[in-house]
Design a protein around this ligand. Structure first.
Ligand SMILES: *Cc1c(COP(=O)(O)O)cnc(C)c1O
Length: 384
């Protein structure tokens, strides 16, 4: 049997080795606490669940959904953008997705030919790299460093890196670094995209999870951004709906049309009952979001204060469900992640798993109940 170069080039699954170690620890009787994956433990808001249950009872919703999503769901997404002062046409500028991960992966099929390249943040969400590879393209890293507050420097991108580049990805508030976009970043990105005839894709998964009065802007708040940009978002993180698989991409109508062409040939849309529940989430009361943000803010402070007290100099992030922690002197990402697992029974992903410039960090996820988080930090404290 022979497999494609695409498959041969795919890096091993990020959490595979970690999963193996967790299984071994658990088998040895250790009470392992995972601060690994960013997957909310709190329930989806009740009014959203109720809407799903009601909609699931109606046989109208049991048939194939529309390829392009229910118009009413697209309109609810447009209304949510309108609340930010952004106008989007629900018919041509919004495409529902089976979670934003699905759309991110399929986007490359619409924008890269064999041998074309995508500029991706390093460190970054692993799907950016693997999506480019699966499309037969190349992923070229844009380093995110602490010196530039984990923002890319478009002026540093070389002519060689721009050769055959069709697409650049951004993600703020950022996973894994928890950084936010510096003022002017999106203006710079839009100008860069225009000058170099590339598409900008902004992954806005943590749009609503921000702290201390900070509000994360959409790239479409930059005038003219729709000429060159698309933006991904989903209900996953905002409404604790990771398991429901519902998201969207919005923006440039030509890119949306091309992605729709890919998707009509690959999937058959999102269960209508899930879309109706999505409308309930977007149009319903938003105090559930404020409550989750307050929970994450409290956990963020517990992590930053506890680690600060034992000498780890951690930035207090303004967004996301992560804290990006520099490892102590003398450690690598892996050696520190291993130490924390071996000594404290706590799972933290090593930063280099998200790209070479993630070296020297670990990522702590805040999507774990307070008592488990406190227990994990207490154990780390004792063993350092
Ligand atoms: C969680 C996450 C996603 C994926 O979200 P889904 O909509 O559940 O597929 C996309 N991008 C980033 C950066 C994420 O952290």
């Amino acid at each position: 049997m022979e497999f494609t170069r695409r498959i041969e080039q795919l890096p091993p699954y990020l959490f595979a080795e970690i999963d193996r170690k967790i299984a071994a620890k658990k088998a040895a009787g250790v009470d392992v606490i995972s601060l690994g994956i960013g997957d909310p433990v709190e329930a989806t808001p009740q009014h959203v669940i109720d809407e799903l249950c009601a909609a699931a009872q109606d046989p109208v919703n049991h048939r194939y959904p529309s390829y392009y999503g229910m118009p009413a769901f697209r309109e609810a997404i447009a209304r949510s953008y309108k609340r930010r002062g952004v106008d989007l046409d629900p018919d041509s500028e919004i495409l529902p997705l089976i979670g934003s991960k699905e759309g991110l992966a399929h986007m490359f099929l619409a924008l890269l030919d064999e041998g074309d390249a995508a500029l991706i943040p390093d460190p970054g969400y692993p799907v950016y790299q693997t999506g480019a590879i699966l499309a037969g393209g190349e992923a070229r890293f844009m380093p995110l460093t602490v010196e530039n507050d984990f923002n890319p420097r478009f002026s540093d991108i070389s002519a060689a890196d721009l050769d055959r580049a069709k697409l650049a990805l951004m993600n703020y508030p950022n996973n894994p670094t928890a950084a936010i976009a510096k003022p002017g970043l999106y203006e710079e990105a839009v100008a860069f995209a225009r000058d170099n005839n590339i598409v900008i894709a902004n992954d806005f998964a943590y749009s609503e999870i921000t702290f201390d009065g900070y509000r994360a802007p959409s790239i479409f708040e930059v005038p003219g951004a729709k000429d060159v940009a698309i933006e991904f978002n989903s209900l996953s993180k905002t409404y604790n709906m990771t398991g429901w698989r519902i998201g969207w991409v919005a923006g440039n109508a030509k890119v949306i049309e091309a992605m729709g062409r890919v998707k009509t040939n690959v999937d058959s849309g999102i269960f209508n009952a899930v879309q109706l529940a999505g409308i309930a989430a977007l149009d319903g009361p938003q105090d559930c979001v404020a409550e989750m943000v307050e929970i994450y803010r409290r956990r963020r402070d517990i992590v930053v204060d506890t680690l600060g007290a034992i000498g780890l100099d951690v930035n207090r992030p303004k967004g996301t469900v992560f804290v990006w922690v520099p490892v102590p002197d003398g450690h690598t990402s892996e050696s520190f992640a291993n130490l924390v697992l071996e000594q404290a029974g706590v799972v933290v992903p090593p930063g280099n798993a998200y790209g070479p410039h993630g070296e020297g960090y670990i990522r702590i996820s805040l999507t774990v109940k307070d008592d488990r988080l406190e227990e994990a930090l207490e154990r780390i404290k004792q063993h350092l």
